[in-house]
Design a protein around this ligand. Structure first.
Ligand code: SAM
Length: 260
């Protein structure tokens, strides 16, 4: 494309991604609603319900220790805490929202003030690259989540190895990400929509066409269901069943892995 993101060398990709998310931080939540017609909320609700955080298992009766990577403005983290608290009566479950971008985390912190978790020890924030979670102890996490984040990582294999390292044996890796539409006709319609409408909405609503052009291209380039499942396996995880669940015809998919 004439924005040339494909030709950005790997070494510069990280800075480029940082720029994209700094530009979109304030408008990020509104844009998600516009671009997905609100459907991302349903996907996120379903993702969290399927993980059933805070449910009692023998290894973590003291509550789940959760890590939401690329957590951005906290969409997944607040849902996880709500579910643990309200559904599973687990007020001792905790979460760390981690993101490489301080502007996104700042929005998350701002949003947390409107929740009951504001300034609570159950919620913490960590600026970190998912590829190097140096301050997170090995074998310490019950649930690692990453939603709409991993496709932006420079070295996805490295991030998966870090996920594996920080999880406890029996701990769960869970990823919600854009994926491949399985029906060819629906795929053609979807590609039309995303390649034309999303950059335009970005321009009109956020005044930033290039960042949203990048988002569409990063979706297109990310490995599809089967290939991503193999990456998770190659990092050492056990993959239950087929390995993924398609959402809305494969526009997004949930992948899970268990650390043996
Ligand atoms: N998980 C949130 C959600 O579902 O609404 C935010 C998703 S947002 C599309 C992607 C996030 O990934 C951004 O906040 C960005 O800063 C973060 N990110 C990009 N590269 C990263 C990396 N290498 N390590 C950690 N976070 C990263």
């Amino acid at each position: 494309t004439h924005f040339g993101f494909e030709t950005v060398p790997e070494s510069e990709k990280e800075a480029r991604v940082a720029g994209v998310f700094s530009n979109v931080a304030a408008s990020y939540d509104t844009m998600n609603d516009f671009m997905s017609l609100g459907i991302h909320r349903l996907w996120k609700d379903h993702f969290v319900r399927s993980l059933n955080p805070g449910s009692s298992t023998s290894s973590n009766s003291g509550g789940w220790k959760m890590l939401d990577i690329a957590g951005g403005t906290g969409d997944i983290a607040f849902r996880l805490l709500d579910h643990a608290t309200n559904i599973n009566n687990s007020p001792s479950s905790t979460i760390t929202i981690s993101d490489i971008n301080p502007s996104m985390l700042a929005e998350g912190k701002k949003r947390s003030l409107a929740t009951s978790y504001a300034n609570s020890p159950r919620l913490s924030f960590l600026v970190a690259n998912a590829e190097e979670l140096n301050t997170v102890e090995s074998n310490s996490i019950d649930l690692y989540t990453v939603a709409f984040g991993i496709r932006n990582f420079t070295d996805k294999e490295k991030a998966l190895r870090e996920a594996y390292r920080v999880l406890k044996p029996g701990g769960v890796f869970a990823c919600l990400e854009f994926s491949g539409v399985t029906n060819p006709i629906f795929d053609a319609i979807y590609k039309r929509w995303s390649f034309s409408a999303i950059p335009l909405i970005g321009q009109l609503v956020a005044g930033d066409r290039a960042s949203y052009q990048y988002l569409v291209e990063s979706i297109e380039k990310f490995p599809k269901q089967e290939e991503f499942k193999d990456m998770i396996k190659n990092a050492g995880f056990l993959v239950p069943g087929k390995g993924w669940e398609d959402l809305t015809g494969g526009i997004a998919a949930i992948h899970k892995g268990i650390k043996p």
